[in-house]
Ligand binder design. Structure first.
Ligand code: FAD
Length: 582
């Protein structure tokens, strides 16, 4: 047992970043309603009338049961809509604990919550269909769905759902970057089943390497574990695996304990490069001490059934490395259904669906997209610069005073968040600094800008536009925001609350979505974690690991999973991890 000191190793200032999952309680869906699917295979234009409809309510179809969708459903007033949820997964999975499942630190069942149980709390107002959406037909406002149970359904496996509103929250899939052999020979770590497969495969390798009649070289190859991708997931898995091997497996497999090797391959110059530099350095040094071989600046070019072939980026030198097991964790790619939908609506060759700042898919009024499958395309301030000038120039004098601009700055910062970031980055104290430059800002009374001077003053602002990271924290916040909008969408009493429309009269109905960053963690094994917290704090050490335990326990979606996770952690401290292959 390794109970820890109370103080952090050190706490230092930092720069902002992502990654604590945001509180997402769940919600639910109830399996109410009689369903008999239409035979859309033979006539896909038919929607089965037996799919229940609530008269007088707009039909809202939600795709997915992950972070974004469950957060949306939890906060949605489901009595206002006829809500239908489609997802091939009938449970919500707490993905940040998936690396812990790969080595049995936490059991798979402890991090999932059945979606029907969660939606039961919504008075059975939501219908859930266990199926995959295979096509979104925006022109006809329909989604084509395919049941998971296709083999046993005698042609009734496909069905159509009409929608008035569609919320797409299907997440993303692992990205292989078309590297040959990856799909065939590597494990991914995206779903609960992936984590379970990895666990079985690690134990398989140990059992296999322990068999008689093998040479030492052969045993070494079987016990060579390769992790591709030095981001948070790859690093956390490598750390978990190292702990599993050192704390549990070496005692059970003493004959092979010195033959185990873990290699972490990263194409960039550092691992965890989305974190503060001090965290990357600490992680690299810790892994070096632990004997994890960190190969930075290497690109995997091919994986065969026997070896993983890489190239050093600086020298182009090739190497072929025999392996026992590979986990591929190099980022996310687009799901086929989203690619197909993007082609339909003219968003070709993108990584994710483009939405506006209200999470509305560009070009599709009634379709919204949240979570990993979407990205917000922030409007550029320079696109609207003439209109902004016109709106701010109240007396139509053709020039803009500091006071006139001051009157609209609040709304502009809300509509174009890059403006506030820019002023912060350039240490500008006020609007005068922005318009006149820090040196001249004491002449505020006398100075007025013409349009060309105004354009020049704001020319660099759009350089501060940033896309949001693909994290549970973002997905959950988007779900909660969109639910709030849906709850008031048809409420004619409430006045528009958003910023002024710059290109047309009136106001936006709602405030645009604004992401609040609550910090991010990187568990590094051996009861050490790194944390980047709001308020520019970086903390590394054992107390950060305990902060990680408490945050992740508190973010669990139900008391059941919270208790199970706490129980698993305690069990592991007392008895170690279970190494049986079930
Ligand atoms: P998901 O949660 O992936 O949900 C997608 C849903 O859509 C699923 O229910 C899926 O079954 C369903 N679906 C898929 N295809 C279809 C279809 N065709 N039709 C209908 N439904 C479909 N983020 C953090 O903030 N902190 C962390 O510590 C963290 N750790 C992570 C660790 C791992 C191992 C992984 C894989 C991810 C981690 N993330 C973390 C990222 C986080 O999990 C994702 O950003 C988040 O899950 C995105 O939420 P989502 O709702 O967009 O997608």
């Amino acid at each position: 047992m390794r109970f820890l000191p109370l103080l952090d190793k050190f706490i230092v200032g930092f720069r902002d970043r992502h990654r604590i999952p945001r509180l997402v309680l769940l919600l639910g869906i109830s399996g109410g309603g009689l369903v008999s699917y239409s035979e859309v295979k033979s006539d896909p234009s038919v929607t089965d009338s037996s799919i229940p409809r609530t008269q007088g309510k707009k039909r809202l179809v939600v795709l997915g049961t992950g972070w974004a969708a469950t957060s949306f459903l939890k906060d949605l007033d489901s009595s206002l809509y006829d809500v239908q949820v489609v997802s091939p997964r009938n449970y919500f999975a707490f993905t940040p604990l998936l690396p812990s499942v790969t080595c049995g630190t936490v059991e798979a069942r402890s991090i999932v919550e059945p979606i029907r149980k969660l939606i039961k709390r919504k008075n059975d107002e939501i219908h859930y269909w266990e199926a995959e959406c295979i096509k979104i037909d925006a022109a006809n406002k329909q989604v084509h769905c395919l049941s998971k149970h296709d083999k046993s359904m005698e042609g009734k496996e496909e069905f159509l759902l009409d929608y008035d509103f569609l919320v797409i929250a299907v997440g993303a899939q692992s990205n292989t970057f078309n590297t040959p052999g990856v799909l065939e020979h590597c494990h991914f770590l995206k779903e609960v089943e992936d984590a379970q497969r990895i666990r079985r495969s690690v134990l398989d390798c140990f059992e296999k390497a322990n068999l008689p009649n093998l040479s030492e070289e052969e045993r070494k190859v079987i016990l060579h574990f390769v992790v591709v991708g030095g981001g948070p997931t790859g690093v956390e898995f490598a750390a978990e695996l190292h702990d599993f091997v050192c704390e549990d497996l070496v005692r059970l497999y003493p004959a092979v304990q010195n033959l185990v090797k873990i290699t972490l391959v990263q194409s960039g110059d550092h691992i965890l490069n989305m974190f503060d530099e001090r965290i990357s350095t600490f992680a690299e040094q810790k892994f070096q001490r632990d004997g994890i071989d960190v190969k930075m600046g290497y690109r995997v070019v091919e994986v065969t059934d026997k070896s993983i072939n890489m190239k050093r980026k600086d020298t182009n030198e090739s190497s072929s490395n025999p392996y026992g097991m590979i986990v591929w964790s190099t980022g996310i790619g687009t799901r086929p259904v989203i690619n197909d939908f993007m082609d339909q609506i003219g968003q070709h060759d993108r990584r994710a669906l483009a939405t506006n700042e209200w999470l509305n898919v560009r070009g599709c009024d009634n379709v919204f997209a949240i979570g990993d499958c979407a990205t917000i395309e922030q409007r550029k301030i320079m696109e609207d610069i003439f209109n902004i000038f016109k709106v701010a120039d109240k007396d139509n004098s053709g020039t803009l005073t500091v006071q006139e601009f001051q009157d609209v700055i609040g709304e502009l910062c809300e509509r174009y968040p890059q403006l506030e970031l820019y002023m912060k980055k350039k240490h500008m104290r006020n609007v005068a600094d922005l318009l006149l430059g820090n040196k001249e800002s004491n002449q505020t009374e006398s100075k007025a800008l013409n349009i060309e001077e105004f354009k020049l003053a704001l020319a660099e602002v759009d350089s501060q536009m940033k896309s949001l990271p693909a994290t549970a924290q973002v997905a959950a916040q988007q779900g909660a925001y969109l639910a709030k909008c849906f709850n008031h969408m048809h409420d004619s009493e409430t006045k528009p609350e958003g910023p002024r429309r710059i290109t047309e009269p009136g106001r936006h109905r709602f405030h645009p979505f604004r992401y609040k960053h609550f910090g991010q963690f990187a568990p590094l094994g051996g009861e050490q974690a790194a944390a980047e917290l709001p308020g520019d704090w970086v903390s590394i050490g054992q107390s950060s690991q305990w902060l990680w335990y408490s945050v992740y326990a508190s973010k669990q979606v139900s008391w059941r999973t919270r208790v199970l996770v706490l129980f698993d952690w305690t069990k592991r401290f007392v008895f170690g991890r279970d190494s049986s292959q079930i």
